[in-house]
Ligand binder design. Structure first.
Ligand SMILES: Nc1nc2c(ncn2[C@@H]2O[C@H](COP(=O)(O)OP(=O)(O)OP(=O)(O)O)[C@@H](O)[C@H]2O)c(=O)[nH]1
Ligand SMILES: [Mg+2]
Length: 367
């Protein structure tokens, strides 16, 4: 599955930077078709390590002079309305942009990522036929009301625009006791780790097709709808694991371990699970057993199952996507807190059109 990945704001830029690092040096190489970092802050762009200079796009120069928008997501949305052609120009430099989809990545609690992402989703959808997915990082509770308000407004604005929103919740994954930067770094590895495998599946060449049912890009794209969360598990092969891997156990670990955000699995309308590793370790019976177990857990879902044969891999990884959810407990909680914040700040203006998500109304960032 070939993706153009665009990181917006500081969190988004860092995560895409790390994804490109994995793509260059990791076990699953050259899967990222193209990537870019977009920011209103010049210093955040300079701080990136891997993304080439010409793919770092500074927007809003005339409005904020490279100093960032300072959590003002309305300003970021306005800047993106004006400057999105700069991003499209970088995209058009690749003459035959042969891709399956766009993936925009952003921390939704700040200014640039929160306000810029919904506007860029809309602009990309107006110009290209490919689906546009968002990986949205949710703020943690200790970041306060404004971050929460920004994230909820961004989610409300994205909900009907993006083809799917993959959630990663900092509140669930932050590392207590670590300095903030080290905690971000650790979380970013958690975000990025399954992506090359997920993206690599569906790029399998004909000679590799030995698996039971190889996952392809359309399986992934037909799964990701509305809110989506992801889980994964991995075991080393050889040594202590010299006996055959229990596929059902591997999937169970991915499902019952920590997901990227909390969700009620019964609300998932679409589920995909895949196992990646050497075909000799893929037992048909193991996959069938895992499938029936998952059918009994995700009772309302259309289930897609497949494998990703990696003959030389020294690990077995399983990835599960729970998708097609109208909302999640964390999204509901963020919206509730954001409404309280909005009331408190008296930002609610009579007659402003708004979208509804759960109870109450939040001002969207774009129409
Ligand atoms: N997981 C993760 N979260 C981050 C990282 N950096 C920032 N965040 C979180 O992402 C959210 C948005 O922060 P930023 O990305 O810094 O915001 P921004 O889009 O640059 O916004 P402005 O600086 O206001 O323009 C906040 O909730 C942060 O806690 C990171 O490297 N990893
Ligand atoms: Mg910033």
């Amino acid at each position: 599955m070939k993706l153009v990945t665009i990181g917006l704001g500081q969190a988004g830029g860092r995560i895409v930077d790390l994804l490109l690092h994995y793509d260059t040096w990791g076990r699953h190489k050259h899967i990222v078709a193209s990537c870019m970092a977009v920011n209103t802050s010049k210093s955040d762009l300079i701080g990136l390590r891997t993304i080439p200079q010409k793919h770092r796009v500074l927007i809003g120069q005339s409005a904020v002079k490279g100093h960032g928008v300072g959590l003002n997501n309305e300003l970021a949305a306005k800047i993106m309305e004006k400057d999105h052609p700069m991003i499209k120009r970088v995209l058009s430099e690749r003459e035959h942009l042969d891709i399956d989809a766009f993936l925009l990545i952003a921390g939704l609690g700040g200014g640039t990522g929160s306000g810029g992402t919904p506007v860029l989703v809309k602009a990309l959808k107006e110009s290209y036929g490919e689906p546009v997915y968002v990986l949205g990082v949710l703020p943690s509770d200790d970041e306060g009301g404004l971050m929460c308000y920004n994230a909820a407004r961004s989610l409300v604005s994205l909900k009907d625009k993006a083809d799917g929103i993959i959630l990663f919740d900092n509140n669930l994954w932050r590392r207590e006791g670590l300095p903030i930067q080290a905690s971000y770094d650790a979380m970013n590895h958690q975000v990025v780790k399954p992506l090359p495998v997920l993206m690599g599946a569906g790029e399998v060449t004909a000679k590799d097709k030995i698996g039971a049912k190889v996952v392809d890009a359309s399986d992934i794209m037909n799964t990701i709808r509305q809110f989506t969360v992801l889980g994964h598990s991995e075991v080393q092969l050889g040594g202590l694991w010299s006996k055959k891997v229990d596929i059902h156990e591997l999937i169970r670990l991915a499902v019952t371990g920590k997901l990227t955000a909390e969700c009620d699995i019964k609300q998932a309308r679409r589920v995909l699970f895949m196992v990646a590793g050497p075909p000799r370790e893929m037992s048909r019976a193991g996959i069938d057993h895992a499938r029936s177990w998952l059918e009994s857990v995700a009772v309302n879902a259309e289930l897609r199952v497949g494998d990703y044969p990696l003959p030389k891999s020294k690990t077995m990884m399983s990835i599960v996507l729970f998708s097609g959810m109208e909302d999640t407990p964390r999204v509901k909680a963020l919206v509730k807190k954001a409404l309280e914040y909005q009331k408190l700040q008296e930002t609610r203006e009579a007659g402003v059109s708004s979208l509804e998500l759960g109870k109450g109304r939040l001002k969207p960032l774009i129409e």
